[in-house]
Design a binder for this molecule. Structure first.
Ligand SMILES: [Zn+2]
Length: 338
């Protein structure tokens, strides 16, 4: 199952490589194969927009590095096949637990390990626990005023939070493979934002302090899971009504004719969801800003103007580039082997 899931995301990388040239003037210049799937540009949008919810004291630093936070919003997906232990951080199969009510699933990773063991947790995904760890790490990075770490962890944390808000990241039926709805993952998190997010309202207001990041992470996954039923049922009903010939169409992407969910099918599905994709994206933007802000406050509100003036050292830059290169190499090796 693990292998299947890895391969699925490798596939998603390839599919969404075609969807990536949107929205931002600062589109990275990395090769297409490195661009994974929220969808690639949804992750970028979420990190970018979250910056604008931050208070004036944090703004000089985050504005200065907004392109880094945007471009690196998908690093965790780039790593997921290449780095051991990365894949489970992006999801949680809540329906693999007999009782997923808010009161019974251990809220803290240590307690969860005691009850289920690490292997089971890894197989079922750990996103709400990992958000808590990344929150702690970002607070430490602010506390030690480590510019490179602040940027890397803030970008990563934004990614995990966004994933936690995707209904299909909270189920073992993550690509509709158990209900004959193959492809629904990319449809919901890439195709719909690609078609409609230009009209979404992303004004989320100023970031607010989170009293309990642990509770907030869990609230997000349970809220996303509650939306799962509509994601699957509406797609199934609409498929019955429209039939496969109207469901799919062909579009030219990078010179290649590609089978896609048709615009008519996408629009009708989107209308039935009544703004669900927009709601979940907005919730992600708000939550990312709130977490970044909370980490900064918990670290004693370091002077971000001063940190904004610091340049990344050459060593930092070289290490960053070398690391990305090594993910790519490993990713290509995995793909070649399969
Ligand atoms: Zn992810």
């Amino acid at each position: 199952m693990f292998v299947q899931r890895y391969l699925f995301f490798v596939w998603l990388c390839m599919v969404s490589a075609n969807f990536s040239e949107f929205f931002f003037a600062s589109t990275p210049t990395t090769p297409a194969v490195q661009k994974p799937a929220w969808g690639f540009h949804a992750h970028q949008q979420i990190n970018r927009l979250a910056v604008f919810s931050l208070p004036a004291e944090m703004m000089p630093f985050f504005k200065r590095h907004i392109d880094f936070l945007t471009d690196n919003a998908v690093n965790p997906d780039r790593r997921r096949v290449a780095v051991v232990g990365e894949a489970p951080r992006h999801f949680i199969d809540l329906d693999d637990y007999a009782d997923t009510s808010a009161t019974t699933l251990p809220r803290f990773y240590k307690d969860a390990v005691t009850r289920y063991g690490e292997d089971t947790l890894a197989a079922r995904g750990i996103v709400p626990w990992h958000i808590q760890l990344a929150k702690y790490q970002l607070t430490e990075a602010f506390r030690t005023r480590n510019v490179r770490q602040i940027l890397r962890i803030a970008a990563d944390l934004g990614h995990y939070i966004a994933d936690a808000n995707v209904p299909l990241h909270t189920t073992r039926n993550y690509n509709g493979q158990l209900t004959n709805q193959h492809g629904i993952h990319g449809f919901w998190e890439s195709r719909l934002p690609e078609l409609y997010s230009g009209k979404f309202d992303f004004l989320v207001g100023p970031a607010t302090y989170i009293e309990s990041p642990q509770k907030e992470a869990w609230r997000a996954v349970f809220r996303a899971h509650a939306a799962l039923d509509s994601v699957l049922v509406f797609e199934r009903d609409l498929t019955k009504e429209m039939g496969d010939t109207r469901k799919f169409g062909f579009e030219e992407r990078n010179g290649v004719t590609t089978k896609v969910y048709s615009e008519t099918f996408s629009r009708q599905y989107h209308e039935r969801l009544r703004g669900q994709v927009e709601r979940q994206m907005r919730a992600s933007v708000k939550m990312v800003g709130d977490f970044w802000y909370t980490c900064w406050v918990d670290a004693g509100q370091p002077d971000m103007r001063q940190l904004a003036r610091q340049e990344l050292t050459e060593t930092d830059k070289n290490e960053e580039a070398a690391e990305q290169q090594s993910w790519l190499k490993r990713l290509l090796r995995v793909r070649a082997e399969n």
